[in-house]
Design a protein around this ligand. Sequence first.
Ligand SMILES: *Cc1c(COP(=O)(O)O)cnc(C)c1O
Length: 402
Amino acid sequence: MKLFPRELPPTAGLPIQASDFFPGGGDLVDILAAQLGTPPLQLTCSGTHALLIALRTLRQRAPRRDTVILPAYTCPLVPIAVHSLGLRVQLCDTRPGHFDFDPGQLARLADARTLAILPTHLGGRIADVELACEVAHAAGAWVIEDAAQALGARVGNNSVGLRGDIGFFSLAAGKGLSLHEGGLLVSGDDDLRHALAAHADAHVRFSLRWELLRCVQLLGLAACYRPSLLSLVYGNALRSALRRGDVEDAVGDVFPLQIPQHRVSRWRQNVGAHAARRLPAFLQASRLRALQLRVQLAQVPGVEVVDGLPGTGGTWPMLMLLLPSQRARDAALDALWSRGLGVSRMFVHALPDYAYLQGVVPATPVPHARDFAARMLTLGNSAWQTPQDTATLLAALPRALA
Ligand SMILES: *Cc1c(COP(=O)(O)O)cnc(C)c1O
């Protein structure tokens, strides 16, 4: 008998094995830099922490520049980080039916106050970093690639994060390779890379309290990241949030405004180093599953799988589906969200629509981002998804569209 209902994760995370806790994993950042073909990577305690270090480092070079341009549909932690440094958040609407910047608006927004522009590779899909670089560099600003959801994604032969001035990845739970919380900074620019490292050396301290918490959380993640136990740490809380009608809580969109900043212990790095050796094969398998699912989804009229720049690679931590209307999307969620099939939403709102971010995010009208948030849902692309699960999903979508 099963103790708990079977639950698939909403994103494809790399499962941790018991043997990952043995010593001898090697050096996490060296292993990843070799796999990705990047210059040395810098480990941080979260993706958000990596962004904080990047912004502080750039601010030292241009103290009069105080504005950071973000896509209007992204993780709430991004504007929270910008605001926490006393910088101004400026939102650029997305292009219609997409997560990437509206090019015309981006060009109009960048000016002498712009410190950085953050093109964002959402769901492992590739954003137009080239365009962001043209606009930013013409205004004397920098580009920080938000690759939090895109560790392992490539454009041509190169890892994301290198075309912009600085890039960062997240190693949070559910984002592929995980230390429960962690992040990586990357830069192809030697001067910037040294400045980022020097900043962390000078300012980031070890915190026993935070590190102990993260070690316990990582053990919990390793134990529970499987369909038989995931309802315990994910599905049951999701269903109870949905019963309360609290969708922000259901997807975990409400973050504290204070960002922890501390060093990551050798112990957690060792676990990640073991797991990192399985990352290339894991990403390749995820990609094959996603492409197969995409072929099947192409047979459901009205459902669009959101893609990045044409002809680019990318990773598939989940599939973002765009439905023709909010009504159809909501009908699909009503049928599927609480079923333990890995169906979910990414961020529930465009940034101005989070009540708790008032004072952090300006109340800019962002119709395209709002429409994207209203019509999008995600499929988890988990290795545990069976053909039966897929059949259930594929049968429910046309019903929601009818
Ligand atoms: C998760 C996420 C972040 C923040 O990363 P953390 O490691 O959770 O701090 C930033 N940007 C995007 C797009 C994300 O999805």
